[in-house]
Design a protein around this ligand. Structure first.
Ligand code: ADP
Length: 450
């Protein structure tokens, strides 16, 4: 059967998926909103289709519009990219029920991993190490609550089972604050997610964020592509990522990865996925699984040489992965800086027209971007306009190349966070590596303190 892919996303990731389609000789259709219609990556696509107005709710989040676009253009597969509908089980289900192929795991796996209590239970059942916490949903009874928290040990974090994007969480330091914190988080969860189920975990004080990339082909082959460190975060948004995670014991990664792959088999997982962990005192603790492509996938591609997006497409078409764990080798170190259109002081989005854009040619640099001089960054969407990825023989080599790359990227007309990246690369703690997830927030708060 000849396939055709509907790319149900925008910006840099749409262009990335286009490239993977081209490398596989797969025809594709680029879906776009009215706001994205003039963009070069839309106009230069083999085919494009406008799915609705600029507002994401009426375009990139409109399941029926996307499915109608697939049918109208004869697409047989739908790649959701990241964000938007990529982790919406209902979309995966709708796509499948329409006789189309969703480039991602089965709807059931998305649903199970999207509910954090059920994800946690799946991981415990497959022996993936989890943070000490409550077994299921929290009861309302204050005495029962206190008993659960006392068993876990303070501080604890109350989390909404349906939470996401860093919302629906509250840290509780002492027993006296527990009942109120649970009531507040429950109310927030009900309003924000329409699901008031909560659970408790021990709150780790100085963890790092370490994650594992997996690929499963639906023919029994599940492999991992190693780990990434994404500890440099601002308000739970990743800013710089790297692979591999500095100083983390390789045996630990292999042991935990083996458990993750077992979890994938246990839930009949298919496609690419990421297991996110907090890392503290030499141990990894599962926090959630992302059942989609990650923004930071290129650092893993750089050190393994595996094209993760092409693998997703091939798996979706039913092909075997054609790779075993032994085929995966790791070479050097890679780092990624997310380039955002944002005001460097207020860190709020800075949409507008780019009057100048140029980038240097540097060995080991990969620039993932859909922007160019004359491109207008629309105000409706995420402020990510590109990613710079450098690959070097080791971490310091990758950082040196990144510093050169950032010095050479010239942008005018909009504000960006490039200067922030340049400063971060010169920071002695970051240069050493292994900083915790609160490091960047603290650094920025100190700088802006009166
Ligand atoms: P979301 O789906 O909203 O991203 P996560 O469960 O992945 O929620 O948690 C988001 C972030 O919150 C983590 O990256 C980490 O910074 C912090 N966090 C979550 N759970 C804990 C915990 N038990 N201890 C310390 N920090 C935590």
């Amino acid at each position: 059967m000849t396939h055709k892919v509907l790319i149900a996303n925008r910006g840099e990731i749409a262009l990335r998926i286009q490239r993977a389609c081209r490398s596989l000789n797969l025809p594709f259709v680029q879906a776009c909103s009215e706001a994205d219609l003039p963009a070069r990556y839309v106009q230069m696509a083999d085919e494009h289709i406008c799915i609705g107005p600029a507002r994401a709710a009426q375009s990139y989040l409109d399941r029926a519009a996307l499915i109608a676009a697939a049918h109208a253009t004869g697409a047989t597969m739908v790649h959701p990219g990241y964000g938007f509908l990529s982790e919406q089980a209902q979309f995966a289900q709708d796509v499948a029920e329409e006789g189309l192929i969703f480039v991602g795991p089965p709807a059931d796996a998305i649903r199970r991993m999207g509910d954090k209590i059920s994800a946690r239970q799946c991981m415990i059942a497959s022996d993936v190490p989890c943070i000490p916490g409550s077994e299921g949903a929290l009861p309302d009874d204050p005495d029962a609550l206190r008993a659960i928290a006392a068993r876990i040990g303070y501080p604890v974090i109350v989390k909404a089972s349906a939470g996401g994007g860093g919302r629906g969480m509250r840290v509780v330091e002492t027993e006296s604050a527990l009942t109120e914190a649970v009531a507040l988080t429950r109310e927030e969860a009900r309003n924000a997610f329409g699901n008031s189920e909560l659970y408790l975990e021990r709150y780790l004080i100085t963890p790092r964020h370490v994650e594992l990339q997996v690929l499963c082909d639906g023919h029994g082959t599940c492999i991992h592509l190693g780990d990434r460190d994404c500890s440099l975060q601002r308000r739970h948004q990743k800013v710089i990522e790297e692979a591999p995670a500095p100083g983390v014991d390789r045996d630990l990664i292999d042991r935990v990865a083996a458990r993750c792959l077992q979890a994938c088999r246990d839930m009949s997982y298919r496609g690419a996925g990421t297991f996110e962990f907090l890392y503290e005192d030499g141990a990894l603790y599962f926090i959630e699984m992302n059942t989609r492509l990650q923004v930071e996938h290129p650092v893993t591609e750089a050190i393994t040489g595996v094209d993760i997006v092409a693998a997703q497409l091939r798996i979706a078409m039913g092909e075997p992965l054609g790779l075993t764990q032994e085929d995966i080798t790791f070479s050097g170190h890679a780092i990624e800086c997310r380039i955002n259109a944002e005001d460097p002081k207020t860190l709020t989005p800075s949409p507008g027209t780019i009057s100048h854009w140029s980038a240097p040619e540097i060995d080991g640099l990969r620039l993932e971007t859909h922007v160019y001089a004359g491109y207008t960054v629309p105000p409706q969407y995420d402020s990510l306009i590109g990613k710079a990825i450098t690959h070097g023989a080791d971490r310091s080599d990758a950082i040196t190349r990144m510093a050169l790359a950032l010095d050479g990227i010239k942008v005018a007309g909009i504000a960006t966070n490039i200067a922030l990246h340049q400063r971060l690369l010169r920071d002695p703690v970051i240069a050493r590596g292994g900083m915790g997830i609160s490091y960047l927030g603290t650094l920025l708060a100190e700088e802006t303190a009166p």
